[in-house]
Design a protein around this ligand. Structure first.
Ligand SMILES: Cc1cc2nc3c(=O)[nH]c(=O)nc-3n(C[C@H](O)[C@H](O)[C@H](O)COP(=O)(O)O)c2cc1C
Length: 344
């Protein structure tokens, strides 16, 4: 029903319009008594065999919603009803910012893909804290943090520190986003020295807090093997807890969509099917390099149950979806969890 009726209708609208529509439906629809229960009844599978322990946190199942959808921490509880056990809010920046000019999100249906250059549009960390503070959380929450576009790379550390401190009491784990292709020069901060400086500062601040919160680094799928080796070194040197692999890619290789259309769309991060293989390769590489020791959340082009299983087999303990949820619909998490149960 989603693919034959709902998706074709939604795909008539601009991706960002659909995004706002869904956020509004989630915000208002779930206020109706009983809706949350009913949706949960349809989509949630509860089974002990799906439970996962990761970095000291207990997850109901291994499937989460990736960063970028609930940028302002407004609808995380509603997503629990679709079977997700965790959701990453953000990317959150210290100050609110509008992001890049519209249009900035595009579908490539022939490729099962999206291209976005949103540019960290968000209401700022203070608003996110208000959203997180006043509600009981039904899912595990990751806080994905970044820097404002107008903050220079030299001053980026302050932005990460501010978001980290402000969110510390309200999220369960952190993701440091240095890999977004849509913020000018952000990915230059992925060089080993800059990354280590930022992560050392955050782990240092963490030591002074009462409660331990895991910190993960979100990495780009466009890193070379040498750069991936740097990621392993960084993980060992800084005392962070793991990685989220991967963000979107700047590559446009092998697309089925017409070249002209891709050119007209222009810059942005590509997600979905064209990313599947590369992100799984990265997970496998990091896992093998560390003898399976590095904790990994696998994300990037999970468009089928099989893609999910491959990411887990490659070395991810948990997985996240974004583009797959848009293309496959609300029943996708349940399908993945059902398949995992069959395997167990
Ligand atoms: C529209 C859109 C916005 C995104 N925004 C963010 C973001 O703010 N921060 C982030 O770390 N990743 C962001 N991402 C990347 C996703 O979290 C994910 O890493 C990537 O899309 C690959 O997964 P997928 O193929 O399942 O979509 C965004 C992705 C999309 C499609």
């Amino acid at each position: 029903m989603y693919k034959s009726i709902i998706r074709p209708l939604l795909f008539l609208l601009q991706p960002e319009t659909v995004h706002h529509l869904i956020v509004n439906i989630l915000k208002t629809g779930f206020k109706i008594p009983g809706i949350s229960y009913l949706v949960g009844k349809i989509y949630i599978i509860k089974d002990k065999r799906l439970n996962r322990e990761f970095l000291g946190l207990k997850f109901e199942n291994p499937v989460g919603f990736a960063a970028g959808f609930d940028k302002n921490a407004e609808v995380y509880n509603q997503f629990s009803n679709f079977g997700f056990s965790f959701i990453e809010i953000g990317t959150v920046t210290p100050k609110p910012q509008p992001g890049n000019p519209k249009p900035r999100s595009f579908r490539l249906p022939k490729d099962g893909a999206l291209i976005n250059r949103m540019g960290f549009n968000n209401k700022g960390v203070e608003k996110a804290v208000i959203q997180l503070k006043n509600k009981k959380h039904k899912v595990i929450i990751g806080g994905n943090i970044g820097k404002n576009t107008d903050t220079s790379n030299e001053n980026a550390l302050n932005d990460y520190v501010k978001c980290f401190k402000e969110l510390y009491d309200y999220v369960d784990y952190f993701v440091v986003n240095l890999s977004c292709p849509n913020i000018k020069d952000l990915r230059k901060l992925q060089d080993k020295d800059s990354t280590i400086t930022i992560l050392n500062e955050l782990t240092g601040i963490r030591q002074k807090q009462g409660k331990y919160k895991p910190i993960l680094l979100k990495i780009s799928p466009d890193l070379t093997d040498n750069q991936l080796d740097d990621v392993v070194d960084t993980y060992r040197l800084t005392g962070i807890d793991g990685v989220v692999a991967t963000n979107t890619t700047v590559s446009r290789e092998g697309l089925l969509t017409e070249k002209e259309r891709v050119q007209v769309i222009g810059n942005g991060g590509l997600s979905g099917k064209p990313l599947t293989q590369r992100s799984t390769e990265i997970i496998r590489y990091l896992s093998q390099k560390t003898g399976g020791e590095m904790p990994i959340i696998g994300v990037g082009g999970i468009m089928s149950v099989n893609d999910a299983i491959e990411k887990l087999n490659a070395g991810a303990t948990l997985i996240q979806l974004y583009t797959g949820f848009i293309y496959e619909g609300p029943g996708f998490v349940k399908r993945i969890n059902k398949a995992l149960l069959k395997q167990s």
